[in-house]
Design a protein around this ligand. Structure first.
Ligand code: ZN
Ligand code: ZN
Length: 206
């Protein structure tokens, strides 16, 4: 079973993005402790998209932490495709997923950081990137990785939409590209050359 990269924005409120797979929740809690974060510190659980490797731990983490699960409205709209159809694709039982509320106006803020939520379909129709302009930071889920993109062959995937999403994201000023799997890309120059490489090569073959 796959797991994903998890990002925590410490602050008021403290937000966790993509707690990952339930099977790895104990490991995640230990890793959080090493960073001085207790599960009970978490106020909001949210996701870049609702593939189970990003969100199956939502409910168990909610029980442990008392946090609220907030979703993007597109994740409700495309629930049937991203959760139910994708589970069928892998021959898995559909995951139970309940949200406590929806994020309005594509904005999610802490006292110190403002995030703009950018719908970025292609890998999945409900993919959302979290962009903090002040810190030039993009949490991009499975839209784009270091040296690759998310796959487009899962239910609701669409190569043309992914090309468009990546073109739009490449216009942003980004110094920290924080993807849902594998390595992060840190420095404006490396982020730029990663976008260039993806556009020049990977996107052509999708
Ligand atoms: Zn995914
Ligand atoms: Zn993933």
């Amino acid at each position: 079973m796959l797991d994903c990269n998890t990002y925590v924005i410490k602050g008021t409120p403290t937000i966790i993005i993509d707690p990952g797979s339930t099977q790895f929740l104990t490991t995640l809690i230990q890793a959080l402790h090493q960073d001085g974060i207790d599960a009970k510190d978490i106020d909001i659980i949210t996701n870049t998209h609702l593939h189970c490797d990003h969100c199956s731990a939502n409910e168990a983490l909610k029980q442990l932490s008392g946090a609220r699960i907030l979703s993007h409205p597109l994740q409700n709209k495309f629930y049937n495709v991203t959760v139910i159809e994708t589970a069928k694709f892998f021959g898995l039982p559909p995951m139970e997923f309940a949200t406590d509320g929806y994020i309005g106006n594509n904005k999610l803020d802490t006292a110190d950081m403002e995030f703009e939520l950018i719908p970025s379909p292609g890998h999945s129709p409900d993919s959302i990137c979290f962009y903090c302009q002040k810190d030039r930071l993009l949490i991009c889920g499975d839209v784009i990785f270091a040296g690759n993109t998310g796959r487009v062959d899962l239910p609701g995937g669409n190569a043309d939409e992914l090309r468009h999403s990546i073109e739009e994201l490449s216009q942003l000023e980004i110094s920290y590209l924080l993807p849902g799997h594998m390595d992060t890309v840190t420095s404006a120059e490396k982020v730029r050359s990663n976008f260039d490489f993806i556009k020049r090569s990977v996107l052509r073959w999708l």
